[in-house]
Design a protein around this ligand. Structure first.
Ligand code: NAP
Length: 495
C-alpha cells in the first residue's frame, strides 16, 4: 500500500514533537513521525539514570507555546520532563501521527519523483519533505578501549541504564565526569558498597543556587494566570544569555564565573590534595559548565574514591586506569557521552545523485542555519550543525528552527515549489562567518571537548547570542535557495 506523506519527521523528542505540534496548529495534518523508541521523549525517554534531570530551569526548558504551571521544581528531574512531553503529545493530538518502534534505516532523495524514499524497520515510506529531529545526543558513545566485551560483571552506558540490575551493595565504577556523571554519582552513592569515579578531566562546577521546590501558591498563580510563567522564563533567559558575553565575545569575562566556581570548590572541599585533583586547568566554559551542589560532597563520602585517571582497558574483573592501576568492580557505568559530530544520520541519508551525507561532511558537519544542507533538497535538520548551546535551553533553538521550517512550507505552498535546496555558496559563506567567530571564543581555548570535530573545527556550538539565531531564522529566505517547480513523476506505490 502506498505510504506517502507530505512531511516525514524523524524522532519524537523535543524537536520532532515540537515540529508535529506546530504543524497541527498550522492546520497541516499530512505528516508522519517515525520514532524508533516505544514512546515520545527522545533523550528524556532514553536517559533514565538515577538523578537524571535538566540543569536548565524548566520554565525555560519547555515549549513557549505550552507553558507548564505545574513544574514541581525550578530544575525538573527526568520523569517530570518526560511526562510533560507525553502530555504535550496527547494534548495537541499528535499521537495518532507517530509510528513507534519504527527505526529509519535509510533515506534517499529521488530527484525524478521529487520525494524522499525512506526505508524503515516497518517498511518503506515516501515524503515530499523530511524533518530530521534525531538530536545530537542520541547515540551513546563507549570509549574505544580494549577488553570491554570481556568484563564478567554488568556494564552499560548512562543513557541505557539497566534497571534490572540492582546496584545496591555492589562495587560500582562510573567512568566520566560530564553532565551525566555528576548527576549519577550523588544519586547512587548512598546505595552502593564502593564507588570509584574515573575522572580524566575535572569539570568546572558552579553552585546550583536557584534550585528549589516551586510552592503551591506559585503554582496556583501560574494556573490562574499562565502568562505569569513568562516571568521566570524571561529572567532565566536573560541571565543565561549574559554568559554569551564571556563565552563568545570576550573570554576574559569568564574570570567571573571562574571565581564563583573556585569559591564553590574551596567551600565544599577542604582536603587540599582532593581540591587539587578537582581543579580544572582549562578555561571555564570550554566544556559545559556544570551546576551542582552535591557532586563535591558525594565524592568525599567514605565509600567513594576519585581516581583521577582515564580508563585505558577493561578486564574480566574491572578497569585498568591510565597509570596502570587495576580496580575490581561488579558494575561499570560508562557516562562517556554521545556520538555528536560523527552522528549516525550521516551514514543513513543520501541526497541528490545518491551522495552520502557523511561523504559531504567528511568529519565536519555543515549546514545553513543548522537546518538545510546543499545537495539535500527538502531536508531540514532540527538542531543540526552549529546550533548547540552550553549555557541555555536547546528548546529555544529548536523552536527557532521550527518557525523557519513552517515558513519554508508556506513559501513552497504559495509558489508551488516541489523542492528547495540551499545554495552551496550561501552555505559556505554562512559557515565561513561562523568559523570566523570561533577563534576568540572560549570553546576554542584549548580543551578537548565534544564540541570539536575530527578536523578540529567547532561544528557543534552556535557562537553568538541565541536571539540572533532567532532573528536569522525568523523568515524563510527563499532567495538563498535553488528551487524546483517541475511536475514530478507520480510516486510509484511502495513495494
Ligand atoms: P560528556 O559531557 O561527553 O562527558 C563524557 C565524560 O566521559 C567526560 O568526562 C570524558 O572525559 C569521559 N571519558 C570519555 N572517555 C573516557 C575514558 N577512556 N576514561 C575516562 N573518562 C573518559 O557526556 P555526558 O556527561 O553524557 O554529557 C553529554 C551532554 O549531554 C552534556 O554536555 C549535555 O549537553 C547533555 N546533558 C545535559 C544534562 C542536563 O542537565 N541538561 C544532563 C546530562 C547530559 P574528558 O572530559 O577527559 O573527555
Amino acid at each position: 500500500m502506498r505510504d506517502h506523506h507530505r512531511i516525514a519527521i524523524i524522532g519524537a523528542g523535543f524537536s520532532g514533537l515540537g515540529m508535529a505540534i506546530r504543524l497541527k496548529q498550522q492546520g497541516i495534518h499530512d505528516f508522519v513521525v517515525l520514532e524508533r523508541a516505544d514512546d515520545v521523549g527522545g533523550t528524556w525517554q532514553a536517559n533514565t539514570y538515577p538523578g537524571c534531570g535538566c540543569d536548565v530551569p524548566s520554565h525555560l526548558y519547555s515549549f513557549s507555546f505550552a507553558p507548564n504551571p505545574n513544574w514541581s521544581r525550578t530544575y525538573s528531574l527526568q520523569p517530570e520532563i518526560w511526562e510533560y512531553m507525553r502530555d504535550c503529545s496527547r494534548r495537541y493530538g499528535v499521537e495518532p501521527h507517530i509510528r513507534f518502534r519504527c527505526e529509519v534505516e535509510e533515506a534517499a532523495w529521488d530527484e525524478d519523483a521529487q520525494v524522499w524514499r525512506i526505508e524503515t524497520s516497518q517498511g518503506p515510506v515516501t515524503a515530499n519533505v523530511v524533518v530530521a529531529g534525531m538530536g545530537p545526543l542520541a547515540e551513546p558513545k563507549l570509549p574505544d578501549i580494549p577488553g570491554i566485551e570481556t568484563f564478567k560483571g554488568r556494564a552499560f552506558h548512562s543513557a541505557r541504564w539497566d534497571h534490572d540490575h540492582d546496584i545496591t551493595g555492589k562495587r560500582v565504577a562510573v567512568v566520566g565526569t560530564g553532565a551525566s556523571a555528576i548527576q549519577i554519582v550523588p544519586a547512587i552513592q548512598p546505595r552502593v558498597a564502593k564507588l570509584k569515579v574515573f575522572q580524566r578531566t575535572p569539570p568546572w562546577i558552579v553552585p546550583r543556587r536557584t534550585d528549589r521546590e516551586i510552592t503551591e501558591l506559585e503554582k496556583r498563580l501560574y494556573r490562574a494566570f499562565p502568562a505569569l510563567t513568562k516571568i521566570p522564563r524571561a529572567v532565566t533567559y536573560v541571565a543565561r544569555e549574559l554568559l554569551v558575553l564571556g563565552l563568545a565575545k570576550d573570554p576574559r569575562l569568564m574570570k567571573i564565573p571562574e571565581a564563583v566556581a573556585l569559591r564553590h570548590l574551596r567551600r565544599q572541599v577542604r582536603d587540599p590534595e582532593l581540591r587539587r585533583k578537582l581543579t580544572p586547568d582549562y578555561s571555564i566554559g570550554c566544556k559545559r559548565i556544570l551546576p551542582s551542589d552535591d557532586w563535591y560532597p558525594a565524592l568525599q563520602q567514605p565509600n567513594v574514591e576519585l581516581v583521577d585517571q582515564g580508563v585505558k582497558a577493561v578486564t574480566e574483573t574491572g578497569l585498568v586506569a591510565a597509570d596502570g592501576s587495576e580496580h575490581e568492580v561488579d558494575t561499570i557505568v560508562f557516562a562517556t557521552g554521545f556520538h555528536v559530530t560523527d552522528m549516525p544520520i550521516g551514514q543513513k541519508v543520501r541526497g541528490r545523485g545518491g551522495v552520502l551525507l557523511d561523504d559531504v561532511w567528511r568529519g565536519s558537519p555543515q549546514a545553513y542555519l543548522g537546518a538545510t544542507v546543499a545537495g539535500f533538497p527538502n531536508m531540514f535538520t532540527l538542531i543540526g550543525p552549529n546550533t548547540g548551546l552550553g549555557h541555555s535551553s536547546m528548546v529555544y533553538m529548536i523552536e527557532s528552527q521550527i518557525r523557519y521550517v513552517l515558513d519554508a512550507l508556506r513559501v513552497m505552498d504559495e509558489r508551488g515549489l516541489t523542492s528547495v535546496e540551499v545554495r552551496q555558496d550561501v552555505q559556505d559563506a554562512y559557515n565561513a562567518e561562523l568559523q570566523a567567530k570561533m577563534p576568540k571564543t572560549v570553546w576554542m581555548s584549548g580543551c578537548a571537548s565534544w564540541y570539536i570535530d575530527a578536523n578540529g573545527r567547532n561544528t557543534t556550538i552556535w557562537p553568538d547570542f541565541t536571539f540572533r539565531f532567532r532573528k536569522r531564522t525568523a523568515r524563510f529566505d527563499i532567495e538563498h535557495y535553488e528551487v524546483s517547480t517541475k511536475v514530478p513523476e507520480p510516486v510509484p506505490a511502495a513495494a
